[in-house]
Every structure is written in structure tokens, then in C-alpha cells.
Design a protein around this ligand. Sequence first.
Ligand code: GTP
Length: 394
Amino acid sequence: MLLGSALWARPQVGSLPHDWRQLLELLPYLLAGINVVVAHQFGRVRLLLAALGLAALYWLVRTYLQVSLDDATTARIYLGASFAVPVTAGFLLLVPEAGVFSRAGSLQAIAAAILVAMCFALSTLLLSRYGNANVYISAYPVENYVASPVATALVLAVCLLGLGLLLRHARDADAALTLAALCAHAGLAWLALDNVSVVTAVAGQLCLGWGLLRSSHAMAYRDELTGLLGRRALNERLRSLGRHYSIAMLDIDHFKRFNDTHGHEVGDDVLRFVASRLQRVGHGGTAYRYGGEEFCIVFPRRGVEECAAVLDDLREQIAEYRLSLRDRRRRPPKPREGTRRRGATRLRPDQVSVTISVGVAARSEEYGDAPAVLEAADAQLYRAKRGGRNRVAC
Ligand SMILES: Nc1nc2c(ncn2[C@@H]2O[C@H](COP(=O)(O)OP(=O)(O)OP(=O)(O)O)[C@@H](O)[C@H]2O)c(=O)[nH]1
């Protein structure tokens, strides 16, 4: 939407008063400055580098690329920049997030700078070998589109990579990086159009700013391990519930023993697995990680009986699910040893399973506010544990 709005608004920029236009031309630098400060604050080195890179590209376009691409130096800079955008975006999508002043963060910045230098060296090489004619091709079906086929293919590859990462991890920073790369490419590809560089630079910086806001929101409200909303989000939700609702408290049974037997990493996998099931609970329920191996689900406008039935299905699904151990080294060397550790179950040696206990309570005359309902659900959870675990109490 941002890129579309930017391209739609582009023709109107020319009719703005002179002072406004001048202000608009400075806006990408201002937004880049804000993004850099915020990215630094939240330790988001990938978005920080992207904001700096977009600002540098905007400066490059305005300083060197406002003349005909037939000129050899202009063509070299244009081709280098159009390679550098997808190459650095792809690199930033692939590397893990690191602190701004950390060793990994510094290495990422150096690697990104080397990649940019390589893109410009490659453009010089290609131009000296094949000449200017191959820098841009005007025979595209899209009007005024002048990016080279290689740059276009690279940007499409980055879009596919970004989409794949989004589907897999649903990280806002990946979406922001992909969209910012698309904005930067659009600015270069439609270079001949008036004011395209300023509107695409603003759109790109806004995409990065949006990504920063979303990821800082996730930092504050989401649990990193499971991706569920965390305690802070739950507390806010409890303050805004109506008059009719139920709350469930859930806990993985004997999780300490599970961790001790299979290790913390497998324990983390189990937490992620349980969380993914809770997230799909339906019936209007929202799942939260309460802390450790405890979860909470809030069901607005639902009574205890309905929630208990839903949660009993969920409990059964979790108990029946077999998690495969990915790391062969964690598997017991002898099947008999595996059976001893797991107890007499129908599990294969490379499989594990867990159960959960659940307590549910609803708002009532006895439990008049959310903290009281939560406490009542916790008491029911304790009852479920004492009753033998792997059950729902209400
Ligand atoms: N792997 C992993 N373990 C965690 C995490 N948070 C808490 N734990 C572990 O969860 C275990 C909780 O143990 P307990 O509170 O004794 O409960 P339990 O063993 O599940 O026993 P019951 O609740 O009575 O069935 C502890 O061993 C914690 O180390 C986490 O993020 N990852």
C-alpha cells in the first residue's frame, strides 16, 4: 500500500509549492535518521543498515543519476546500485538479527559494505565488456521501466526469499526489509519519471519504520520462544474484559523431569509445539504464555462448560501427539534404555509425548473480577494436578 500510494502521489509532487517540495526532498534523510535512532535503541542492526543504505541510495540518485544513462559513469553507478539493492537486501534477510555494537553486528555491516563494493566492481566489469546498451532495456511491457533484466531477476528472487521467510517465521523485520528493497528498486527502475526517487525513498523508510514499530511491539508483548502473547499483554487484556468470560490456566505435566531426561532444547521444542496448538484453540480464545511451562487462555463471552469441552479436546490432541526427536545424539543408544526413560508407552525410541493439566473458571458473583477468575482457574489447575494430571478441572 505504501509503495502504491507513493507511486500514485508522485505526479502531485510537482504541483506542490517550492518550499514544500524542498521539505519533501529532505524527508527521506529525516526518516532515515529516526529509523537509525530507533533501530539502535532496539538493537535491530539489519533495519539500521537498511535505513542507512536507503538514505545513501537516495543521495546517490540525486547526486549522480539525474542525467542521461548513456553517460558511462552514470551507467556504471546506475547498474551497480541496481545490483546492490537486491544483493544487500538478500544478505540482510539471510543473516540473523544482531546487536548494533556487537561483533556480529559489526561483521554484518562490513560484509554488507563489501557486497556493495563488489556490485559496483561487477557493474564496471560488465559495462567494459558489453557496453552501455545492456545497462537498461526499454522493451519491457511496463512503461518507463529501465532496470536491467539481471537486477529485475535479483529483486524477484529477494521478494520470493522474503515471502518464504515470512511464511516460515512471520517476522515483521523480514517484511519491512523486503518491502524497502522493492521501494528502492522501484525508484531505480522508473528513474526517468519525475520525483520518483523522493516518493520511493519516503515509502521505503516508512516501511522500515513500520517494521521497527511492529518488531518493538512484538518485543514488548510477545514471548520470543513460542511467539505467543506474553504476560504484559495478558495483564492489559485482563483490564479490558467485559462481564462474561472464562479463563483457563494450563501447565505441562512433569516438565522438569522431561527437561532432565531429554534436555532443555527438546523442552523448548515442546513448549513451541504446545503453544502452536493453543494458538489454534478457536472459540474466540486467545492464548498467552504465562511464564515457564504455564499458559493462559482467555475466552470472552464463553461459559465454563463450553471451554472445558474445547480444552479437553485440546488436552487429548496434545497427549496423543508424538514429537520426533530430530537430533539422533539425544536418542537413547538402546531401545530398552529408551523404554526405561519414557516408561512403558507405545512410543518409538525417537519419539516423545507430553500431557497437560488444565484449570478453568468463569466470571461469576463469587469471582467478580479478572484477577479473582485467574486465581480460581489456577486453583482448579492445582486440583487437576492433584487429581492425577492430564485432565481438565472446572
Ligand atoms: N526447556 C525449558 N524449560 C523451562 C522453561 N521455562 C521453565 N522451564 C522448566 O519447567 C520446569 C517446571 O518444573 P516444575 O514447576 O517443577 O513443574 P513440573 O515438573 O512440570 O511438575 P508439575 O507441574 O507438578 O507436573 C522447570 O524445570 C523449568 O526449568 C523454558 O523456557 N524452556
